[in-house]
Ligand binder design. Structure first.
Ligand SMILES: NC(=O)CC[C@H](N)C(=O)O
Length: 304
């Protein structure tokens, strides 16, 4: 079967009516999103794109942004980065504080909130205008200069971001945050608020399926070793305490966000983004996971 046929059958088979979860509400602005939204985009190459549903509609990428900031931090710090953040799955929810105390403020991995806040500290420390440089980076990967923050979402998260404030203060107390905590959470809330469509996300993530090169321009952005490391981290840590289940069902490295987006890559082959805002109890898109399971089952292609 061709990719477009496979996507068509996933779209026909599946609906928001089949899942029981809820749209994220702890960030009030996200609760306003229509639960019926559902889209997917597969990016194989410049002229090979396949999609269905709401694949062109922008949504809040939330924790998917942690992959972009990790890539930027690795470009700045190389292997020294691993003195500040570890590379093990946490087995705990994304916003957990538990492990920090007995692991001396070194977060388990860069994709839980604790780790992403340490990465945010590094970017705020190294860059003159970190928000602008992050947008420039994502715009370059997609070739799309209109990618931007959703300032309402950033403000909404700031107003309710008690756990993230607790995390950043706690890690600072344990000595692994250098900068000003308000600046760090401000950057973090903005990175999470970036709005992108499935089309744009799958295009951006071709970087990790194309040996660190931007597909359209062939510009080399990341070393191959860096791509290997980031894909390995997506495989083992991209879904927090559901990383095993995602590997088991889908069999691709990937990253989710509480906006209901999931991006996954098949290294050296394709990248796929899916969006359905209904989340399961682990904070990952319920329909999105099911749709990706169908994709790798129907194509017969996964990394395993
Ligand atoms: N898993 C997520 O997407 C969480 C991101 C969200 N901005 C938070 O910090 O809670």
């Amino acid at each position: 079967m061709e990719y477009q046929q496979i996507l068509n059958s996933i779209y026909e088979e599946m609906s928001y009516r089949d899942v029981r979860g809820r749209v994220a509400s702890y960030i009030p602005e996200l609760a306003k999103v229509d639960r019926r939204k559902f889209g997917m985009h597969v990016y194989c190459g410049d002229h090979e794109n396949y999609s269905f549903g709401d694949s062109e509609e922008k949504f809040s990428i939330q924790s998917i942004s942690k992959v972009f900031t990790l890539a930027m931090a690795m470009r700045l710090m190389g292997e020294d980065l691993w003195d500040r953040v570890s590379v093990e799955p946490s087995g705990d929810p994304f916003n957990s504080l538990m492990q920090l105390e007995y692991e001396h403020g070194i977060p388990r991995n860069p994709f839980i909130n604790a780790g992403a806040l340490v990465i945010a500290d590094i970017l705020v420390d190294h860059l003159d205008d970190p928000k602008k440089e992050l947008l420039d980076f994502v715009r370059k990967l997609t070739g799309n200069s209109n990618i931007d923050f959703d300032l309402k979402v950033a403000a909404s998260e700031k107003a309710t971001g008690y756990r993230n404030l607790a995390l950043v203060n706690y890690i600072k107390g344990l000595g692994n945050i250098k900068g000003d905590v308000d600046k760090i959470v401000d950057f973090y809330f903005h990175q999470c608020s970036i709005e992108m469509s499935c089309h744009e996300l799958s295009k951006a993530f071709m970087l990790f399926a194309n040996r660190g090169r931007i597909l359209e321009t062939d510009e080399k952005i990341l070393k191959r070793k860096t791509v290997k490391r980031i894909n390995a981290l997506m495989q083992t840590c991209g879904f927090y305490d559901e990383a095993g289940e995602f590997s088991f069902q889908v069999g691709l490295p990937g990253k989710s966000g509480v906006g209901g987006g999931i991006v996954a890559v098949h290294p050296e082959n394709y990248s796929v983004a899916v969006w359905s805002p209904i989340l399961n109890e682990k904070g990952n898109s319920e329909l999105g996971m099911k749709a990706l399971e169908r994709l790798t089952t129907l194509t017969g292609v996964s990394v395993f």
